[in-house]
Design a protein around this ligand. Structure first.
Ligand SMILES: C[S@@+](CC[C@H](N)C(=O)[O-])C[C@H]1O[C@@H](n2cnc3c(N)ncnc32)[C@H](O)[C@@H]1O
Ligand code: SF4
Length: 392
């Protein structure tokens, strides 16, 4: 396990490493309703305790100003506005968010600027406004086209709305559009997944993320599973569905570049590649995580606590940790092994290299130049491969 050096109540040292990619993540902590499977840091109107999007935006501006004072003016390669439901802010609200980032940081001329959006809070005018504001990429939560699956997941949009939204985004000039799918939901059939994947491909997007349904502790879904109302996702079914969707996507010209992410050439999400490749980023907004130098930190979670600290002109940090070299090594292995580009063999010590050879012999890893890459079977067992590699 990662061991960390915890420091509570003090501001961390933001010693930016000048090389590599730098990103800004902005967390929008609002949702109209909560999907039963989701444990992200997000609040429905009844949970906000008076917090408002306007108050959040003001606090965000304050955090970004403090951030830019602490950093030596890095050029921002990528911006990612996630949630929660960023599209609840509307096109004008998201334009203000990007302006807030731009007023404190210099964006690279070719910066990738993504926002997540929920299908039901989008429209052609929304996407046009995002384009004129400077967004270059949209990520839409589709999850499935099967009405029973959407119902089980508490999704409020119709099966077709995510597809229409994906087309509207492209019509507004977005070259890069992602659709998120969830597979392995109780009640989903192989055929349901096939129809979802075909529909997503047919919408003309250049990126697809597909996540196995995780029953997160503390969610409504976890309670339903505990009460025996719905079955937990079955490991064998999840593995088969992954293999199926990988085959369907490959047939349609999509290549996996991370275990849960597929794209057409040039459609990879550069912001997320930054996370996996050890890049640095400032995470702004309630509950956001950031990573600069060897320091990882995370913000206070509730929008009211966040706004109260911002009003005092304090960084809204809940806690931080400084990664020791061994922690950093574990992170690098954990993240880079998931990439199609693979894990540089040179990152591994002699014992780890010997264990990697056992994984190669077992058909879980292959050598690709100087890197080790998961095989198709290895992708299904990625967590176990990492555990075995790092076993001391
Ligand atoms: C947290 S959401 C934010 C974006 C947006 N609000 C939405 O719902 O599309 C990002 C993605 O995470 C995935 N996700 C969230 N919780 C999950 C879970 N328990 N299991 C699998 N995927 C999950 C969903 O595919 C979702 O689209
Ligand atoms: S999945 Fe998206 S819409 Fe649903 S509760 Fe989570 S963040 Fe909100």
């Amino acid at each position: 396990m990662v061991t960390t050096q915890e420091r509570v109540g003090a501001e961390p040292d933001f010693a930016l490493n000048p090389s590599g990619q730098f990103g800004v993540y902005v967390h929008v902590p609002f949702c109209a309703s909560r999907c039963g499977y989701c444990d992200f840091n997000t609040y429905t109107p009844g949970e906000l305790g008076g917090a408002t999007p306007a108050g959040w935006l003001e606090a965000l501006r304050s955090e970004l100003a403090l951030a830019s004072q602490r950093l030596p003016g890095p050029t921002v390669d990528t911006v990612f506005v996630g949630g929660g439901t960023p599209s609840m802010l509307g096109g004008d609200g998201l334009a203000e968010v990007l302006d807030a980032v731009r007023s404190e940081f210099t964006l690279a001329p070719d910066a990738e600027v993504t926002t997540e959006a929920n299908p039901e809070s989008t429209s052609p005018g929304f996407f046009t406004r995002l384009r004129t504001a400077g967004y270059t990429r949209v990520s839409l939560g589709m999850q499935s086209v099967a009405p029973t699956v959407l119902r089980l997941l508490d999704r409020v949009h119709s099966p077709g709305r995510a597809l229409d939204a994906a087309r509207e985004a492209q019509d507004a000039g977005f070259e890069h559009v992602n659709l998120d799918l969830i597979y392995g939901s109780p009640g989903e059939s192989d055929d349901d997944l096939h129809r979802s994947v075909d529909a997503a491909i047919g919408a003309g997007v250049d990126h697809l993320s597909a996540y196995a349904l995780v029953v997160e502790d503390g969610t409504a879904l976890a309670r339903r599973v505990r009460r025996g109302e719905v079955a937990a996702p079955d490991e064998d079914v999840l593995a088969r569905r992954y293999e199926l969707l990988d085959t369907w996507l490959a047939d349609a010209g999509f290549t996996w570049y991370e275990v849960s992410n597929w794209s057409k050439p040039g459609g990879e999400c550069r912001h997320n590649l930054g996370y996996w490749n050890g890049g640095q980023w400032w995470g702004a907004g309630p509950g956001a995580h950031g990573f600069v130098g060897a320091t990882r930190w995370w913000n206070v979670k509730h929008p009211n606590t966040y706004a109260a600290l911002a009003e005092k002109r304090e960084l809204p940090i809940a806690d931080f940790e400084v990664l020791a070299p061994r922690d950093r090594h574990v992170e690098d292995v954990l993240l880079q092994i998931r990439l199609r580009s693979g894990l540089p063999t040179s990152l591994l010590d002699a014992d780890e290299q010997a264990r990697a050879e056992s994984a190669v012999a077992a058909g879980l890893l292959v050598h690709d130049g100087h890197n080790l890459v998961l095989t198709d079977r290895g992708r299904l067992l990625a967590d176990g491969v990492v555990r075995d590699l790092l076993a001391d």
